[in-house]
Design a protein around this ligand. Structure first.
Ligand SMILES: O=C[C@H](O)COP(=O)(O)O
Length: 228
């Protein structure tokens, strides 16, 4: 079963998607970038106000891949009590030094999810290094939201290779990136652990606008009709 992730930027939105029984409540501030972060205090407050059984992830922001920036941000976000901390692997910086530092954090029981960006054409060989470092999951998203859906940036064959490689290493796989209802039928057969959405759930499909409960139910109904 593929789960549904919805990105939200406030307690009100988080409660809305919790009530809609979305599987993963992803805390981020889209106005601050592809993986824009909410303040740690806001995240902690949202976590405190959700049901303990709700599954919550949070991003650390669009940070350069420098261990001195990434590691403290991950530690601070992990301390809020979220289930998963998502780290965007943007081009440049020192990926290996970050992965080495994150390995120690993962060893302390923090579930880390690496986010690779399809529009930056990441080398999927990095997935092996992430598995070795104890990451919990890897997802593909898009950095430049003007470029359209993930399915326009990678072929379904490429996405299948990604999902299969992540699964073969025992990690959780996720797909996102300006996904719309019409993408769901193409992506579910690939067998990802979850599909992630923000823009599709907002008014006028604008990811920085407010979440719209009607859009959530439209997407849900479409998904259910596919019987996956
Ligand atoms: O983690 C998922 C993202 O928030 C997806 O956002 P998007 O659908 O606006 O690209």
């Amino acid at each position: 079963m593929t789960a549904m992730l919805a990105s939200v930027n406030s307690l009100a939105e988080a409660l809305l998607v919790e009530a809609a029984a979305v599987d993963i409540i992803d805390l981020k501030q889209p106005a601050r970038g592809a993986l824009g972060a909410l303040d740690v205090a806001t995240v902690a407050d949202i976590v405190r106000n959700l049901q303990p059984e709700s599954c919550v992830s949070a991003t650390i922001g669009d940070l350069p891949m420098q261990p001195e920036l990434i590691l403290p941000a991950v530690q601070a976000m992990a301390a809020t009590g979220v289930n998963y901390v998502k780290i965007g692997f943007f081009p440049g910086g020192d990926w290996q030094a970050c992965i080495d530092g994150l390995q120690a954090i993962a060893a302390r029981g923090v579930a880390l999810v690496a986010v690779l960006f399809a529009d930056t054409r990441p080398d999927f060989a990095i997935i092996n290094a992430l598995a070795k470092a104890g990451f919990h999951g890897v997802m593909l998203d898009t950095a430049d939201k003007q470029l359209g859906s993930l399915t326009r940036l990678m072929t379904l064959d490429e996405l299948q290779i990604f999902v299969d490689r992540v699964a073969s290493l025992g990690l959780m796989s996720g797909l996102a990136g300006s996904l719309r209802a019409g993408d769901v039928a193409h992506l579910l057969p690939l067998g990802p652990d979850y599909l992630g959405f923000r823009g599709a759930l907002c008014r006028q499909h604008t990811r920085t606008a407010q979440l719209d409960v009607t859009q959530i139910s439209i997407l849900r109904k479409h998904w259910q009709a596919l019987a996956y």
